[in-house]
Write a new protein. Structure first.
Length: 78
């Protein structure tokens, strides 16, 4: 770099190294963010499926209870 810029060469070197470091780390950080987003969405899907399974179990228990109540109210044939 030219000495006519009026900036110390150590400063420009430090800024250049910082820029290279940021550009070098960008792909890895982007991949990490994408992986975290994927993990979060998968965990939400698993949570939703377990909530749905629990709700269906409640519906099955209610239906079973209602059928047992109807069966016990049937009078035996004479």
């Amino acid at each position: 770099m030219s000495d006519l810029s009026g900036v110390n060469s150590q400063i420009t070197d430090a800024v250049t190294q910082t820029n290279v470091k940021v550009l070098g780390e960008a792909p890895a950080e982007a991949l990490a963010i994408a992986t975290q987003a994927l993990a979060h969405s998968v965990s939400l899907a698993m949570e939703n499926s377990s909530q749905t399974q629990g709700g269906m179990q409640q519906i099955n228990n209610t239906a079973t209870s209602a059928l047992i109540a109807q069966i016990t109210q049937i009078k035996p044939a004479a």
